[in-house]
Design a binder for this molecule. Structure first.
Ligand code: MG
Length: 192
């Protein structure tokens, strides 16, 4: 990874930069006939939220992680613009817990929507961030958010029904869109 003097910032991919939720729920519909909205996903696990058996969930996730499905995901509102602004002052690193064998498709979709941004796979993002000296992360996974805040990282938690129990406070800031994140990164933190 190339070294710059800009502060590094870890950015999650699914449901932070890309709209993965609607794709997964569509695949669940195709596999089971179960219709859902984002508000039905009150647990990070789709299987738990919609009461799906593990075999069905495995099929859904296999389809989700397949090529070219991953390259068909679209960016969330404001994400592309936010990334181009963010790059001016920060060094973004996309950190995903997707399976490692999705690397090629994942990298292709990042390049397509956001340009050249380093991509790292990790199931232990708080450890990885410590190793890479990253002190800020943007996430939607409740456990990852808590772990990172516990490790003294600044956390922006993207608002979703599956992370509602996590409250705003201390190092953790709940945000509902990319404009809020850019606002924090360029005004609130910059003035401290
Ligand atoms: Mg995510």
């Amino acid at each position: 990874m190339e070294m710059t003097d800009k502060p590094r910032i870890a950015i999650d991919l699914d449901n932070v930069l890309l709209d993965s939720d609607s794709n997964i729920r569509q695949l669940i519909f195709e596999e089971t006939g179960i219709e859902s909205t984002v508000n039905d996903i009150t647990d990070y696990s789709y299987a738990k939220s919609l009461n799906l058996d593990s075999e069905t969930m495995r099929r859904v996730l296999d389809r989700f992680h397949s090529y070219p499905n991953l390259t068909a995901l679209e960016p969330l509102l404001g994400a592309q613009n936010a990334m181009s602004i963010l790059k001016l002052e920060y060094e973004p690193i996309i950190v995903t817990s997707r399976p490692v064998d999705t690397y090629t498709a994942t990298e292709e979709s990042i390049r397509m929507w956001f340009g050249d941004i380093p991509l790292v796979h990790s199931n232990k993002k708080s450890d990885l961030c410590k190793k890479l000296k990253i002190d800020t992360i943007i996430e939607d996974h409740p456990d990852t958010a808590i772990q990172c805040a516990y490790n003294q990282m600044k956390v922006f938690l993207m608002d979703y029904p599956w992370n509602y129990p996590i409250v705003d406070g201390g190092l953790l800031t709940r945000v509902s869109n990319w404009d809020m994140i850019i606002d924090y990164l360029f005004t609130v933190y910059a003035s401290k």
